[in-house]
Design a protein around this ligand. Structure first.
Ligand SMILES: Cc1cc2nc3c(=O)[nH]c(=O)nc-3n(C[C@H](O)[C@H](O)[C@H](O)COP(=O)(O)OP(=O)(O)OC[C@H]3O[C@@H](n4cnc5c(N)ncnc54)[C@H](O)[C@@H]3O)c2cc1C
Length: 493
């Protein structure tokens, strides 16, 4: 039987994991066309001399989802060196108090009783409510695709949406558990992991802060981007064709089907095309008549600082959050006013305290992420002032004399992210608002074309590495079980 020619446009984690799952059976010839000179997309390193640090994702969530999918793709769990983060992370408030999160619920309650007396009782209710909601949400929303939109509005799903209080926002839901404003922030800020405003993201996403306690936070030895090398090694063994510096700029169609893709002026015949770039940018590859032309709101952007240090700060957690004086005001500046914050909350990642493969002996690497607005019309003239303020805060609140210990520093702005192909420079694809989630997000078959599919952060079920991998699993199941009939029929098999 002739092999199906499957072209994957983009070698981000979505494209790579789809290739991994589809290449198991050998009935397709898979080609990955990547416009960059490296694979991984957002999942890559920032390197300088002997220093290297993740450029994008750092927090490994939902380890079992990630490991199960890789195992299904033929990569054993033992090949993925995950290290548990315990404590999960520290949250430093502006008044000098620090709240630490732990995977062990008893240890967590002890911390709550010490720092926020009385709130430990609410934590029990939070865990037990969320446990139920997580199980329902996972089965009905993460493990389902909504190619047939009617399936989303089934009676069962609507009941679950009501139970999950999807009509509420994350912050409001957290207020129903915690009465201390600091704790509300500590359990709402996770929407920023996918570029959402805590007050504009539906309560479904409050499952992220629950999942941290239930499933833990992990670190992948060598950095999260090491996952790319592990997957690519396997793809090469399976003869998946990989083309780098091969941006696809056109998909030619005949009727309701894609026929060819064009990269670097070369046309290749395709049976199936899988788009892994950000939406709505993927529209541009298609002829006008097939485009969705839908307007989307981008997720938030990030101002990122990557540093090589001449030392480590070992008495800290790998992950830390430093909150500014007014978290809500910062969120307003990022999502509504579209202005640079003057006293932002920020996140730091200091993996070299547990991983000696990232810097020369005795030296370290550090990453700082400041949520900033995406999109046009942001006045960036105060960027240097903002960076200076944040480094000052880091020195005062966790990294004494930091400036003296920086050997190398690189800054990445949303403008650079946009040039690299991220929609409006947002870090996480389209924003996780109610009307851009679930059935309202682009689906795995987003166009009225029978052989054009999609996977990635802007596609259901959404952003974050394990969730994008889950999207790849939904797509490969769809292709294996639903689309086979169509191809067999076409070929007269
Ligand atoms: C700063 C930052 C921090 C993050 N932190 C976390 C975290 O802690 N934990 C977590 O789980 N997630 C995190 N994320 C999100 C996570 O990185 C993404 O959800 C995920 O990597 C997206 O994968 P993807 O496959 O959708 O796309 P991408 O990584 O965007 O890959 C798409 C690929 O397609 C290529 N491409 C696009 N158009 C074309 C074309 N026309 N032709 C050829 N190639 C094309 C691009 O070059 C790119 O390589 C973070 C992201 C950022 C930016």
């Amino acid at each position: 039987m002739k092999q199906n020619l499957t072209a994957i446009v983009g070698g981000g984690i979505g494209g790579l994991v789809t290739a991994l799952l589809l290449s198991k059976d050998g009935d397709r010839h898979i080609s990955i066309f990547e416009k960059n000179d490296h694979l991984g997309g957002r999942l890559t390193y920032e390197k300088h001399g002997e220093y290297k640090i993740d450029q994008g994702p750092t927090i490994v969530l939902l380890p079992n989802m990630l490991l199960d999918i890789l195992e299904e793709g033929g990569i054993p769990r033992s090949e993925i060196p995950l290290i548990s983060c315990d404590p999960l992370y520290d949250i430093h408030f502006k008044d000098g108090t620090t709240f630490t999160k732990f995977p062990d619920p008893d240890r967590q309650k002890q911390e709550l009783a010490e720092k926020f007396p009385g709130q430990e009782l609410h934590f029990d209710r939070f865990l037990s409510d969320m446990k139920l909601r997580f199980l329902q949400g996972k089965t009905q929303f993460l493990e389902e695709s909504f190619v047939d939109k009617r399936s989303f509005f089934s009676r069962k799903n609507i009941q679950t949406l009501i139970r999950l209080k999807a009509y509420q926002n994350v912050k409001r839901m957290m207020k129903s558990y915690f009465t201390d404003e600091k704790l509300v922030d500590a359990y709402s800020l996770q929407t920023l992991y996918i570029g959402g405003h805590p007050q504009q993201s539906p309560a479904l996403y409050s499952l992220v802060s629950y999942s941290e306690h239930e499933h833990g936070i992990w670190y992948l030895k060598g950095g999260y981007a090491r996952l790319v090398d592990i997957i690519v090694d396997e793809l090469k063994k399976r003869n998946v064709s990989i083309y780098l510096n091969a941006g696809v700029d056109q998909i030619s169609t005949k009727g309701e089907e894609a026929q060819y893709i064009t990269a670097n002026g070369i046309r290749s015949k395709v049976d199936d095309v899988i788009l892994n770039g950000d939406f709505p940018l993927m529209d541009q590859l298609l002829p006008d008549k097939h485009r969705l032309n839908r307007r989307y709101t981008p997720s938030s952007g990030c101002l990122l600082l990557y540093m090589g240090l001449d030392k480590n700060y070992p008495n800290h957690s790998i992950h830390q959050f430093f909150l500014g004086s007014d978290f809500d005001h910062h969120m307003q500046q990022v999502f509504d006013k579209k202005e640079l914050p003057e006293d932002p909350s920020f996140y730091t990642f200091h993996p070299s305290i547990v991983d000696d493969t990232l810097a020369p002996e005795g030296k370290g690497v550090l990453y700082t992420l400041i949520p900033v607005p995406a999109g046009e019309g942001v006045d960036w003239s105060k960027k240097d002032q903002l960076i200076d303020h944040v480094i000052g805060q880091m020195e005062e609140r966790g990294f004494p004399d930091l400036r003296k210990h920086i050997n190398w520093m690189k800054v990445r702005t949303p403008e650079e992210a946009e040039q690299a192909g991220l929609f409006a420079g947002g870090s996480f694809g389209i924003a996780p608002t109610l009307f851009q989630s679930g059935v309202f997000r682009p689906q795995l078959q987003p166009y009225p074309l029978s052989n054009v599919y999609a996977v990635g952060a802007s596609v259901h079920p959404g952003g974050g590495v394990p969730i994008v991998m889950q999207g790849a699993k939904l797509l490969s199941n769809h292709l294996q079980y639903h689309a086979t009939d169509r191809h067999n029929y076409k070929r007269g098999v």
